[in-house]
Ligand binder design. Structure first.
Ligand SMILES: [Zn+2]
Ligand SMILES: [Zn+2]
Length: 366
């Protein structure tokens, strides 16, 4: 990492680092569409509409923010302050009751515990205090995890959507490796090394390209997982920018379906395409936060109005919000995403009960 700026600019730098943007303070690449040279180099991954064989990109249009734009954001905008802490009473998730076949509990940010009749799924698990490449600085959580780590039920599958620090926390992955020895990690291409770094053996890790499908037979049934596209990017302090694929997951479990959308900008064909290929999910976990300022964020994070459009494009029977309210990452205030979500639902005529923003620890059965 380059030397960190001081004081408030240092704090704001580390905010961007959680999103992977901090390491963008290196020579910028404006448009990493597949180059002829890269395509000719020995491919490590299948060449496709989102990979030149070594680097990943968004189909149709890919924009990486430049060093100048990162600095412009950091120097010209004023983030709405967040509370230092928000009181949360962690809950212990009840097992599925008779007649229940699907329940989701928001633990915080992009971390959900999803209970199905075929097994238990944990998404983008982050239980650490900070979403940051370093333990002593960077965005600090403002509320305790809605479920204490020790109270997690046995986890069958850990889904990792991408490598950004607010989704991929190596300390949490280390704890899961030993505390949940039967869990299998399912992630996108070239993210397996992160699990290996956290002590997961190779036999417990599955990497998927977009649209690839993997079935896991667990004692309670089969979890069938398809990797789905998202419009985003990847970066950590180590490794090449966009060298690890990002995306989401469509999970089929005992007749029920869950779409973990992952970090994404809005795309007017992508989510309709997912619906066509995978079907309309019973439950979608949709990001609603980290969207201001729009001139900078619109290419990587949807805002609540776009999240409602994603919900409609997917045809989700129920959507639950994620990616807000836990780590101060961008410029909007903590409570703004659910307020904007409510306004967007009204404007779109979407019933309140079909796209909710649960509180940390709240369990939603559907
Ligand atoms: Zn991200
Ligand atoms: Zn994120």
């Amino acid at each position: 990492m380059p030397p960190l700026p001081r004081s408030s600019s240092r704090r704001r730098f580390l905010r961007s680092a959680a999103l992977g943007a901090g390491t963008a303070l290196l020579p910028a690449c404006a448009t990493p569409m597949p180059s002829a040279d890269a395509a000719r180099a020995r491919p490590r991954f299948p060449v496709s509409d989102h990979c030149d064989g070594r680097t990943f990109f968004n189909p149709r249009r890919h924009l990486d923010r430049s060093w100048f734009e990162v600095m412009k954001w950091k120097l010209t905008t004023r983030a709405t302050p967040w509370p230092e802490s928000v009181a949360v009473t962690p809950t212990v998730p009840a097992p599925l009751a008779p007649g229940e076949t699907l329940a989701a509990t928001w633990i915080g940010h992009a971390t959900y515990l999803v209970q199905t009749a075929a097994g238990t799924v944990l998404t983008d698990p982050v239980f650490s205090d900070r979403a940051s490449p370093v333990s002593f600085a960077g965005p600090r959580r403002v509320h305790a995890p809605g479920v204490a780590f020790a109270d997690l039920p046995p986890v069958d599958v850990v889904l990792l959507t991408h490598d950004h620090y607010d989704h991929c926390d190596l300390d949490t992955l280390r704890r899961l490796a030993t505390a949940h020895p039967k869990a299998v990690a399912v992630t996108l291409l070239n993210n397996a090394e992160l699990f290996r770094d956290a002590g997961w053996t190779a036999t417990r890790i599955v990497e998927l390209d977009w649209w690839e499908r993997h079935a896991l037979d667990r004692p309670a049934g089969r979890l069938d997982i398809t990797a789905t596209p998202a419009r985003h990017w990847s970066n950590r302090a180590t490794g090449p920018r966009n060298g690890r694929l990002w995306g989401g997951f469509f999970v089929r479990a005992a007749g029920r379906t869950v779409h973990v959308v992952g970090d994404t900008a809005y795309d007017d064909t992508m989510f309709r395409d997912i619906r066509t290929r995978c079907g309309a999910p019973d439950l979608a976990l949709v990001p609603i936060g980290a969207y201001e300022p729009r001139w900078f964020m619109a290419e990587q994070h949807c805002n609540p109005a776009e999240a409602v459009q994603i919900h409609r494009d997917l045809g989700a029977r129920l959507s639950l919000a994620q990616h807000w309210g836990t780590f101060p990452l961008t410029d909007e205030g903590r409570d703004e995403p659910p307020r904007a979500l409510a306004a967007a639902r009204t404007a779109a005529g979407v019933p309140d009960a079909t796209f909710r923003a649960p509180a940390p620890g709240e369990r939603c059965a559907t």
